[in-house]
Design a protein around this ligand. Structure first.
Ligand code: ZN
Length: 237
């Protein structure tokens, strides 16, 4: 199967991550955002194969505030978000923030979900490793839902995502990644509502799933919108 057909099998539409950042930049530019008057923030997994997206965002928007945790979860909270906002440029009394928030998943050349290769290592690897570990625990029938102070982010992933999963249901890695995307978006939006003053700030929420294919990284876009002068505007991506 070609890369394109493998992607189509699981995702209704995708673009390369370069196209994705370029399209979102262009759409936001029409709404008054640019690399000089806006600060970007990213919420993506710690995995090094995810960082290409941060590099592209840096190239388009300048250095981005880092809200990231394992699996791309939004655990930076009100304090993290407020810090990003306090670092934004102010132009004519207006601050502008652009939030990119995406979990990730690998698909190999045969269409196997979660499987990727890493340079310098023999055999198969997994992405997202944190979500895969949680999925394996659910499949085994034993999930530790206590806070392990030596494994804080993974404990938080379990606690947060179990709220979204019907009792007894074990999602596969793809379904779990989709659940993670909606949880990240919901947590980010909820915190934005509490922290961002739309009287003096415009912002954009850009979400989706980052997909690692053998020939590079792609994005399945989910909610992508801007709030400009308090009004919600969908971005064409
Ligand atoms: Zn990951």
């Amino acid at each position: 199967m070609s890369f394109e057909n493998i992607l189509k099998k699981y995702f209704d539409r995708t673009c390369t991550e370069i196209e994705f950042v370029k399209k979102t930049y262009a759409a936001l530019k029409e709404l008054g955002f640019n690399d000089e008057n806006s600060i970007a923030a990213t919420c993506i997994c710690r995995d090094e194969i995810s960082q290409t997206l941060r590099s592209i965002i840096k190239h388009m928007w300048g250095e981005a505030f880092n809200l990231s945790s394992l699996a791309g979860m939004f655990f930076a909270g009100k304090t993290g978000l407020a810090a990003a906002m306090h670092h934004a440029p102010i132009e004519n009394g207006k601050e502008r923030y652009v939030f990119y928030a995406l979990p990730h998943i690998a698909i190999d050349t045969e269409g196997h979900i979660g499987i990727c290769r890493r340079s310098g290592r023999e055999g198969e690897s997994v992405a997202c490793g944190a979500l895969n570990a949680f999925q394996k625990e659910m499949a085994s029938g034993r999930v530790n839902i206590t806070m392990d102070n030596e494994d804080v982010e993974q404990s938080l992933i379990r606690m947060r995502l179990l709220r979204e999963i019907p009792y007894g249901h074990v999602p596969d890695l793809l379904e779990l990644t989709r659940i993670t995307q909606t949880a990240i978006q919901a947590d980010l939006e909820n915190t934005i509502k509490k922290v961002v003053n739309i009287e003096k700030s415009d912002y954009a929420v850009i979400t989706g799933i980052q997909i690692h294919e053998a020939d590079g990284n792609y994005i399945w876009p989910a909610a992508c919108y801007a709030i400009v002068n308090g009004e919600k505007i969908s971005l064409k991506v």
